[in-house]
Design a protein around this ligand. Structure first.
Ligand code: G4F
Length: 344
């Protein structure tokens, strides 16, 4: 692949009077980025993606598309840039001229944000502001979707939370996301950008990163059942989260940008479960009792974390006609089964 090569940007659709819409995705190699890419390609979009430059490019979630000669460099184009490299990001935006920009990139691990708060703020907070500044100057301004997080609510007074719940983050990640979320709203109101926040609660899948608790659990359940692992070390088992299925969430993100007006939406299942509940569901899939294998390890405990984080998705249901289809225990089963298949 030639880095930053931008060609065939607009291709005719089957209908000769129309051209394919163009999307640009930051964080295209992540869980959400890969599902969103598949969704948009299915809908006939030309998709451009920004990939973080590193010596070992983790692109495995996109491999199927990357090695498909009908897709890569025909309908899917990848470009290398870091989020804080404004010059390169601007160049990619000017050349690709997207109709829609999905900003999914950032340091997404809440626990890690205590160890690397500066990096978290550099990419998640300042990276978003830099993107907004670039868009503000463009002749053709794309519609922007920013992936925000339930972490902005911290320890809220009310449960479930909705779009009006005050932001009171309690983690470096939550603080960075709050800055980015409020900047998106500010640019929408002050500079008339079509800019939206998708306030996403936890969303998981077989493509979830291996250090997040759900995937850590489902990989362990699969490996222990096959005699390939003895035990699983976790942090707090009391944390409660609103866990949904990632492909549902990217569908909602796309729907948000098809609305007549820019707005913020909570994307959630509306139900919360503890880490223990997830362990129950995952280990039941392989017929094992998790209590025999799980130990708690201080290394995975957080200095502080959000509590009572459960979302009220009624605005998304009413305006986007969207609901989360897959929840526990099905979600855990899907993930364990995929991890069992990967072991075979
Ligand atoms: O899987 P987690 O690391 O997800 P967390 O912190 O809720 O953050 C995820 O969801 C947010 C909301 O959508 C996103 F904004 C964010 O980017 C990310 O995708 O932890 C979930 C729960 C926590 O209570 C944590 O303390 O699991 C608990 N936990 C217990 N043991 C653990 C572990 N978490 C991790 N990662 N690793 C453990 O060993």
């Amino acid at each position: 692949m030639t880095p930053n090569k931008l060609s065939s940007n607009r291709l005719p659709l089957n209908n000769p009077t129309s051209v394919a819409p163009v999307a640009l995705i930051t964080g295209i190699t992540g869980q959400d980025g890969s599902y969103l890419t598949e969704l948009l390609l299915d809908k006939g979009y030309i998709v451009h993606g920004i990939v973080r430059r590193s010596s070992t490019t983790a692109r495995n979630r996109l491999d199927k598309l990357f090695y498909d000669g009908d897709v890569h460099e025909k309908r899917l184009f990848l470009h290398y840039a870091d989020l804080d490299d404004s010059t390169t990001i601007r160049r990619i935006l000017i050349s690709s001229r997207p109709d829609e920009l999905y900003h999914l990139a950032g340091q997404s691990h809440v626990g890690a944000s205590f160890e690397i708060p500066e990096t978290t703020c550099r990419f998640t907070a300042m990276g978003t502001l830099k993107l907004l500044e670039i868009i503000r100057d463009l002749d053709k301004q794309p519609k922007l979707l920013h992936i925000s997080s339930s972490e902005i609510f911290g320890r809220p007074d009310t449960s479930p939370q909705n779009e009006s719940t005050p932001m009171r983050p309690v983690t470096p990640y939550g603080v960075a996301k709050t800055f980015a979320t409020q900047m998106v709203t500010l640019y929408r109101n002050s500079f008339d950008l079509f800019a939206c926040n998708a306030i996403c609660y936890n969303h998981e899948s077989p493509r979830r990163g291996e250090s997040f608790v759900t995937r850590k659990i489902t990989r362990a359940a699969a490996a222990i059942s096959q005699g390939k692992q003895d035990s699983l070390s976790l942090g707090s088992l009391d944390g409660r989260r609103d866990w949904g299925f990632a492909p549902d969430y990217v569908e909602a993100m796309w729907r948000m940008l098809q609305q007549p007006d820019a707005d913020d939406f909570v994307l959630a299942t509306g139900k919360d479960h503890s880490v223990r509940d997830f362990l129950d569901a995952a280990f039941q899939t392989v017929g094992l009792d998790w209590e025999k294998y799980v130990q708690q390890d201080a290394r995975y405990m957080r200095r502080s974390e959000g509590a009572q984080l459960v979302g009220d998705p009624s605005k998304a249901a009413a305006n986007l006609d969207w609901t989360a289809t897959t929840q526990l225990p099905e979600l855990a089963k899907i993930m364990v089964q995929a991890d069992l298949d990967a072991l075979k």
